[in-house]
Design a binder for this molecule. Structure first.
Ligand code: ZN
Length: 122
C-alpha cells in the first residue's frame, strides 16, 4: 500500500519535470505551441498522481486505525465484565495499567492492585 503511493509520487515528479521541459521548450527554438498543451496535460497528470498518492497513503493509515480499533473493542467489552477480586466492584478500563508488560488492575473502590490472569471460560 505504501509502495503504491511512492510509485505515484515518482511518476508525478517525472510528469511534472517533463511538462516543465515541454513548456520551456515551446518558447525556444525548434519548439512548437502544441508543446504547451502537452505540458499542461502533463502537469495536470502529475498533480492528479500526487493527489492519488496522498489518497493512497491516507487509505493505508485508515486501515491501520481500523485494525487497532478492531483489536481494542473486544478488550473493552471483556473489561466491562471483570470484577474486583476483593470487593466485587466492576472494574473500568481506566483501572487497568500495563506494568512491565503485564496488565495490572487497581480497584477504584478498595484500592487493591493485582495482576490479571486470563482464565479461559470455555
Ligand atoms: Zn475492590
Amino acid at each position: 500500500m505504501k509502495a503504491g503511493s511512492v510509485i505515484s509520487y515518482i511518476l508525478a515528479a517525472i510528469f511534472i519535470i517533463f511538462s516543465f521541459l515541454l513548456l520551456l521548450g515551446s518558447g525556444g527554438q525548434g519548439g512548437s505551441p502544441t508543446w504547451i498543451v502537452y505540458g499542461i496535460i502533463g502537469l495536470i497528470l502529475g498533480f492528479v498522481l500526487i493527489f492519488a498518492g496522498v489518497r493512497l497513503s491516507a487509505a493505508a493509515k485508515q486501515t491501520v486505525q481500523n485494525v487497532t480499533l478492531n483489536v481494542d473493542l473486544p478488550g473493552n467489552v471483556k473489561m466491562d465484565t471483570i470484577k474486583c477480586e476483593s470487593c466485587g466492584a466492576p472494574l473500568a478500563a481506566e483501572d487497568m495499567k500495563l506494568v512491565n508488560g503485564a496488565v495490572t488492575v487497581q480497584c477504584h473502590s478498595c484500592g487493591t492492585s493485582y495482576q490479571i490472569t486470563e482464565e479461559p471460560k470455555w
